[in-house]
Design a protein around this ligand. Sequence first.
Ligand SMILES: Cc1ncc(COP(=O)(O)O)c(C=O)c1O
Length: 485
Amino acid sequence: MTDPRDPRHLAPDAPLLDAWLRFTAAQARGEVTPFSVPGHKHRTDLVGDVIRGDVPLYAGLAPVKETHALLADGEARAAAAWGVDWARMSVGGSTHANQASILALGGPGRPVVVSRTLHRSVLLGIVLAGLRPVWVRPEIDAATGLPGGVPVAAVEAALAAHPDACGVLVGDPSYVGTMSDITGLAEAAHAAGVPLVVDAAWSAYLGFSLRVPGHALQRGADALVTSAHKALPSWTQAALLLARSTRDGGLLDPDRLERAFEATHTTSPAGAILASTDAARALLQRDGEEVVGRLVRLVDGARSRLREVEGMSVLTDSATLAVDPAKLVVLLAGTGAHGHAVERDLLAAGMPLEMADRDVLVPMVTMGDDEDSVGRLVDALAAAVERHRGEPRRVEPSPAWTVEAETAVDPRTAFFAAHETVAADAAVGRVCAELIAPYPPGVPVLAPGEVVTVDALEALRAVRADGGRIAYAADPTLATLQVVD
Ligand SMILES: Cc1ncc(COP(=O)(O)O)c(C=O)c1O
């Protein structure tokens, strides 16, 4: 394997990366005096290094009139890498890719079958498109309190009850790396004549090594959303929307996909973000077996060592769960240590975690890690648990996974409705106008259009009382809630 730290090795197969390297080299030689945006003009004497590496797509990676061909080349390579005919690279994260895919599915009033444990961006996509969600939920694993796969039978039943549904949308792998039977879900969707869209925000590496399962498109899905910035060595915000369109025997109209993607994307994409997506794609294609295989070995090694800590366990395949082998999820209930206390210790040691609640920690281990960094993580985790050890406790699933939504009006109607702010207790029984989610994982416990139930309110209060962060609510203290007038 060539050294992945030297981008020149990837450039021959990564036209956007190549363009970024050429531009920054020319600019370093003083050959560029741009009279186009961005306004910093690559000068670091005004605001310092913060603008370093920022090259726009238009009039940066290529002259404006040549940009389309360059971008089309990079995106065609991404489509080929994932084995489909349509791909777009986004600078708006999986948030944008989710919303674009939903806008491509159907128009106002159409039902869409959606897993209720999806990210908030999906709900806001539903608001944008005016779709009516038909919720399905994953099974909750009794041993861990975590969501497993979305049952195929639940999707079949939802589609049978809503024959006018325009699609099915699930997250796979879930936030905690658990996997659904995508082949079965795709068969169920296709039997009803509708596409399956899969939000794989966290697992862009699937399908690029024999050590990990195939990606959702290989397993029958019609579209795949993924954040290159989460799991791959790409700039923050880098994401991909990939699809098998009607041109290639799929169910998604490429023109609709195109319009939906452009409708919600900036007209000034950062070329550096796109170039890093292109580079990560080239790396996966060239060295996927090596870099993804090494990631799986790192995670495997961490899992083995963490299992040796008394009371600690890690999420792995079981009789009831299929788990992404490259995802590290640490379960603390058996140690009695509180996840927030462990997280604070790790923060103090300079190791921020992706997620921590009382019972579950999600440290992101990626192909950017090595034996040394993962070894230090494991040591720090083990030491923090010893400092905070307590009575082993029963696992309590987070309300993000268990909340039973009662949808009274569709999310778009509630989003645009006049609202009032009332004391939280007085909101019970009213229709929620806002989206409220413990973050991470950003899965809404209350969404626009849903009835505020005592259970949802109590669950949110419990998260806050336990030190969790309540996000997106107008009043994150939960003293008041916004309800439809
Ligand atoms: C399942 C899921 N989908 C989509 C997103 C949005 O991704 P991004 O932050 O890249 O916009 C997230 C973010 O955490 C997520 O967890």
